[in-house]
Write a protein that binds this ligand. Sequence first.
Ligand code: IMP
Length: 412
Amino acid sequence: MTTIIALGLQWGDEGKGKVIDYLCEKAQMVVRACGGANAGHSIHTDGRKYVLHLIPSGIVHEGVRCLLGSGMVISLSSLEKEIAELTEATGRNVNESIGISHGAHIILPWHSELEQTRENSSKPVGSTLRGIGPAYETRASRFGITAGMLAHPELLRKNLEILRDSIAPDSTVSVEMVFDELMNYATWVVPMLADVSLEVFNARKNDARILFEGAQGILLDVFHGTFPYVTSSNTVTGGIYAGIGVGPDGNEKIVGIVKAYTTRVGLGPFPTELFDATGEKIRDVGKEYGATTGRPRRCGWLDLVALRYAVRLSGVTSIALTKVDVLNDFEEIMICDSYIDGEGHEITEFPPSGIGLENCKPVYTKLKGWKSFSSGSLPLPLIDYIRLIEERCGVEVSIISMGPDRRDTIEL
Ligand code: IMP
């Protein structure tokens, strides 16, 4: 059975929640691999809106096993809140459907304090302030706290001491306070601990229908994104395998989710950003405000140079183009297919890791807008837009999303 991998190809906020929900309608298992509550996946279904930060999108469907992989960094207070909201909204005991990898790391108050200090410094990255970066940092330094440690109180206490001494020796939050809080969480977290790698491996052997859910976007990848304005995990396809603990089986369908225009939150270069009324119109019509932080998103035209780079890094087999309806009311639509770099040369490839991107100016192709399309056959200007993306990126567009509801989806 084919595993579907769905991931964002821009700077996050591509409308992953909606597409993943659509794709996982028939899935039996949905697995998140990386990131934490910096993500915000919105799902509109049956007249309700769900915003998921940690739990995989499959949770809104009954009977879907939802797993949080080792590559994730988890805030237990966020998870508790999310579970409570979902339990109320669905009337189900959602805990039974969720498995948390022993190896996932736990975000603690010291991580958040550290991040707050850094973001107040002269070199902020405009993070979501969810403690994500410091949690990955302590994991890489090999003294973080894993979810599995909640089942081993003495090991947990010892590691909390090491962690506090290392990153927050002057904090007013003591080891005892954090230990007691974690022991409270342990009552519901420990029963949810799971060997995610093994479960996924066995489910694949049994031909289960599985979806791997990416978070953030390729251009925020810590190795390949626009460093240092990136998140702290690997958002590329390889990061998804690593975060879950399985390898490719050569049979995956990799769906890259792309918004019909571009947005970015936080700091960092963004060549096609619009600072005029058109940018504001995209923000207003597209309701481009962060699902996690509420911050207004920076908006601009679609950037095919960046998209080709993301397609290369992710190995996608098709594209789902989202929020196409947001561009319904434009006479003309611009699409960027090359840059003039800082030295005046025209370039068609994204600068590796985005170095020098801040000096790149977009070269646009002007296309006719398709004007107020809702259903029925696709208008010609929209077909032209889609064909240009396919031709310039070498991947077919297989889905277009025309609105937040699952029904506003067209398979091409
Ligand atoms: P962090 O992941 O909170 O450390 O934030 C680092 C950068 O990634 C900031 O620019 C954030 O705005 C951005 N970021 C992190 N998660 C998301 C997301 O889910 N959508 C969009 N941007 C994100």
